[in-house]
Write a protein that binds this ligand. Structure first.
Ligand SMILES: [Zn+2]
Length: 133
């Protein structure tokens, strides 16, 4: 919990969503991902998973940043429906990988997140029925 707060303060991760979230921490590593949940335009719960504590600082900071993108999407834009899931993940992955304001993460972490970007783009193309080659 302190690690998430320290990363948030150090890198100003919550600059657009102050007061719109709270942290919780879990050892439940069923999927190993941090998550953000809550109703549209309401306070969001950001769940920090402890598995990130053993990785690089950059990996942790970028994972927390990813969740703050979701806080903005949900609490400010009101995007919470399943229809917007792929769009939310696409932008969160994009902004966590291509962000020069955050410390470097491991090549493996960046590669994984990068691989998710075209995946979610394809998901959006299915939902919005944009012709794809
Ligand atoms: Zn996400």
């Amino acid at each position: 919990m302190d690690a998430a707060k320290l990363a948030t303060e150090t890198f100003n991760l919550d600059k657009n969503v102050k007061g719109k979230y709270f942290f919780s921490i879990t050892n439940n590593l069923d999927n190993g991902y941090m998550t953000t949940g809550g109703e549209a335009y309401q306070t969001q719960q950001v769940e920090i998973t402890t598995n990130f504590f053993s990785g690089s600082l950059g990996g942790f900071v970028r994972a927390v940043h990813h969740e703050f993108v979701h806080v903005f999407q949900r609490a400010v834009l009101g995007y919470v429906s399943s229809v917007t899931h792929a769009r939310r993940e696409y932008f969160a992955h994009l902004d966590s990988v291509y962000n020069s304001d955050l410390p470097a993460a491991s090549t493996a972490q960046i590669s994984f997140w990068k691989s998710r970007i075209p995946y979610y783009l394809k998901e959006m193309q299915k939902i919005y029925q944009v012709p794809a080659k």
